[in-house]
Design a protein. Sequence first.
Length: 69
Amino acid sequence: MNTAQEKRSQMLSLVEKWRGSGKTQQEFCSFHGIKIITLSYWIGVSKEEKSSSGFIKVLPINNTIQKID
């Protein structure tokens, strides 16, 4: 039985295969025996991951100068 994480990994891998295949979604889905709506959903998930994974949180540095006598 596949865990949710295994399913996620498999589907995202399938999305990458589709992207490199040069086939339409319909052609790819027919060949792999999956529904177009399933592929479309995981394409969306993949896009969300790519857009959110590029963000790097930046925190300000407190640069105060102290006078030394």
